[in-house]
Design a protein around this ligand. Structure first.
Ligand SMILES: Cc1cc2nc3c(=O)[nH]c(=O)nc-3n(C[C@H](O)[C@H](O)[C@H](O)COP(=O)(O)OP(=O)(O)OC[C@H]3O[C@@H](n4cnc5c(N)ncnc54)[C@H](O)[C@@H]3O)c2cc1C
Length: 487
């Protein structure tokens, strides 16, 4: 039996160990019914039948592919349907090293294909070929028939699948066309094509306006000043990254941005974007009537889950996205969703959540594929983790990199350190450490953060407040963790 003849491998009598693992998982009711419907052909790809199909060739897809390979279940059985022209890559690079000017050694593909971001092998297009994974590039899925188990693609292909993993991520929220959201010179950044288009604007830009003070805005602004461009960030809130930063923490970063030449227009709403006589963007008009000139505008005001055409598998109405259980199964047997698009049970905090961060994309993909291919039945137990890195180019006077674990908007925030270079914030609720943020830590210090946020030790607030350095504060937290473990 050739491994390329994927569907015949669903035979339960096989003696291969990897297939035994599958058999366990396939004792789930939906898998049994799928197996019946798949006594179809011996040559999966030639007959347009695929055992496993991943829709969306992004971050999660790359990590899912690696897990299929690790289980010996990719070759001749796995197909990835991509909208983009590229094999999966580490998307966070797009607003970091990818945007550096030429003299600052910008990152380019194939340098950051998955799974380099977590220290894994670089999965170039050849890697997929070598592992017998079928890649359909630039052919987005446009339709799903859950009864026939088929996908339609924009080029007109009809793909039959055994199990389907949806990892279509998000799309950037756009400004309406009527207020200038589609003018030449207005950019959104979600994929390599967007980043390339932005770079070609930056090459001749003079005045850059960034709308949004979140991750994307902060990272793009840091890159824009590396091009020595007049750069302004506009946002409606009082400070940068209000979803995570306290006012005091934000102030430190804002001062650093100001030192780097970035200007702020806080508490401001955009009325519309104006074009010049050549039709190209020329200015941003604010609700207060003022105008800021700009030849390049980057909108970073959030993203929404790419759920079309998957409504049939069940959408979450509270947080958006495709609703899944702790094993990433949707309500339709044999269909899974992972990464940004999945609304999953966040076990630690007992709520349904969508997490638009790369760590979750990687972990959810791996967890889902392991559950699909093996007897793994423990549910996903994610600890929220966010990070960013900016000003990391050569000749930068100050590089910054921070990590956060846990929950931030709970309890009281205690800040320790002077941002020279370290600063830490601890969120305590009824004495319990719920969340922890650290700038410029050592790798050992960063490794402590998830242990703290996961264990939520009781910490002496007064001691923490009196800590004279970040190192001392982390030592206090570590002692609390040890004391909790000893009980
Ligand atoms: C510019 C940028 C910077 C970021 N920086 C950070 C960071 O610093 N730290 C962090 O933790 N996270 C960051 N993120 C978030 C992180 O990249 C995402 O959480 C992660 O990429 C999600 O992985 P995913 O596979 O779910 O989605 P994606 O990586 O977005 O991949 C989805 C893929 O599906 C494709 N697709 C969509 N619809 C279809 C369809 N119908 N058919 C076929 N394919 C389709 C898309 O084109 C895309 O290639 C950043 C995101 C962006 C956009």
């Amino acid at each position: 039996m050739s491994l390329k003849h994927g569907l015949s491998l669903w035979c339960p009598q096989t003696s291969s160990s990897s297939l035994n693992r599958i058999t366990h998982s396939y004792s789930l009711p939906f898998v049994r019914s799928q197996r019946r419907s798949f006594i179809v052909s011996s040559s999966s790809f030639a007959n347009e039948n695929r055992e496993f199909v991943i829709v969306g060739g992004g971050n999660a897809a790359g990590y899912a592919a690696r897990t299929f390979v690790e289980h010996g279940m990719a070759d001749g059985k796995l197909c990835i349907v991509c909208k983009e022209a590229f094999a999966p890559y580490e998307r966070p690079a797009l607003t970091k090293a990818y945007l550096f000017p030429k003299d600052k050694k910008p990152a380019r593909l194939p340098g950051f294909h998955t799974c380099v971001g977590s220290g894994g092998e670089r999965q170039t297009p050849d890697w997929y070929k070598e592992h017998g994974i079928e890649m359909l590039y630039e052919d987005p899925v446009t339709g799903l028939d859950i009864t026939k188990q088929t996908l339609a693609t924009s080029s007109g292909k009809l793909l039959k699948y055994g199990s389907l993993i949806i990892s279509t991520g998000c799309t950037a929220v756009r400004f309406p066309e009527k207020i200038g959201g589609n003018l030449p010179g207005v950019h959104y950044i979600r994929d390599v094509a967007d980043a390339d288009s932005l770079i070609s604007s930056l090459e001749s830009a003079k005045k850059v306006v960034i709308v949004g003070g979140g991750y994307i805005g902060m990272e793009v602004a840091a890159a824009a000043v590396a091009w020595k461009l007049d750069t302004t960030i506009i946002f409606p809130e009082n400070h940068l990254l209000p979803r995570l930063f306290t006012t005091s923490l934000a102030r430190r970063y804002e001062e650093l941005y100001l030192e780097n030449g970035v200007k702020f227009q806080k508490g401001s709403l955009i009325k519309n974007i104006e074009a010049g006589s050549d039709g190209h963007v020329a200015a941003v008009k604010l609700e207060d009537g003022s105008t800021i000139e700009a030849d390049t505008i980057i909108i970073g005001v959030g993203a929404k889950p790419a759920v079309q055409p998957f409504e049939a598998v069940g959408l979450d109405t509270t947080v958006g996205g495709i609703q899944v259980d702790g094993l990433f199964q949707t309500r339709v047997p044999g269909i899974f969703a992972v990464g940004d698009v999945a609304a999953f049970p966040l076990k630690m905090y007992d709520r349904i959540a969508r997490v638009e961060h790369v760590d979750h994309a990687r972990r959810s993909a791996q967890h889902c594929v392991k559950a699909l291919l093996s007897a793994q039945t423990h549910t996903y137990d994610y600890l929220p983790y966010f990070y960013s890195r900016v000003f990391e180019y050569e000749e930068s006077a100050r590089k910054v990199w921070w990590q956060f674990y846990g929950e931030n908007a709970v309890g009281e925030a205690i800040e320790v350190g002077n941002f020279n270079p370290k600063i830490a914030t601890f969120w305590l609720d009824s004495g319990k450490l719920k969340g922890v943020f650290l700038e410029s830590g050592s790798s050992e210090e960063f490794q402590l953060l998830p242990r703290l946020a996961r264990s939520q030790p009781l910490v002496d607030k007064a001691k923490l407040q009196n800590a004279s350095s970040v190192e001392e504060a982390l030592q206090i937290a570590q002692s609390s963790l040890d004391a909790t473990a000893a009980v």
